[in-house]
Design a protein around this ligand. Sequence first.
Ligand SMILES: N[C@@H](CCC(=O)N[C@@H](CS)C(=O)NCC(=O)O)C(=O)O
Length: 207
Amino acid sequence: MVTLFHSPGTCSLGIHVLLEEIGAPYDLALIDVTKGKQHQPEYLAVNPKAKVPALRRADGSLLTEWPAIATWLALANPDKKLLPTDVEGMVRTLEAVDYIIATVHMHGFTRLFLPIHFSPNEADHPAIREKGRLIFEKGLAHFNAQLEGRDYLGGESPSIADAALFYITFWKVTRLKQEPPPNVAAHYARMCQRPAVARALQMEGFA
Ligand SMILES: N[C@@H](CCC(=O)N[C@@H](CS)C(=O)NCC(=O)O)C(=O)O
């Protein structure tokens, strides 16, 4: 059985959604980053990177980094079709995941919410936040265009990229308290209607 080290409402929510979509038994280990639990020795012994998500697999090995965890879950559960098997579908899915995590999340949302990570000087923070807002909005606009005429990023069924888009849209709705662009809003509503997503949200205290 795998164990997901997670913190409610953070990017680990996307991995939680994938575990619920897969439907196999798993354990959840709470590492509340709002209380700094990622820096406690007990968790550092598990994951010296002091980040969530992290996934401990059945053989005891730890996997970190959202794209690697999601890709491994998809490859380990091929019947769930969370990653296309054709070359074009696969690379387009990985392209979307990388853009969401490495750019929209790490450079956009993190600038917006944690400008301290980019400069210790508070006077710099308004400009850092504005840069983050622009990166975040550009990302949502990109996926709004990609979703035109589609239910999910790859077409008819959700992939790991949809789980990634879901968590950044969750931040737009619940943390920024803003309406996403229309196709992204429809994608978010569609995801929220999925029983797996509803279960993950409920387990994290958002239902
Ligand atoms: N590159 C990492 C980023 C993970 C990340 O930034 N996680 C955040 C939660 S969304 C975290 O653990 N923050 C705690 C901290 O930075 O101290 C990944 O892809 O998993």
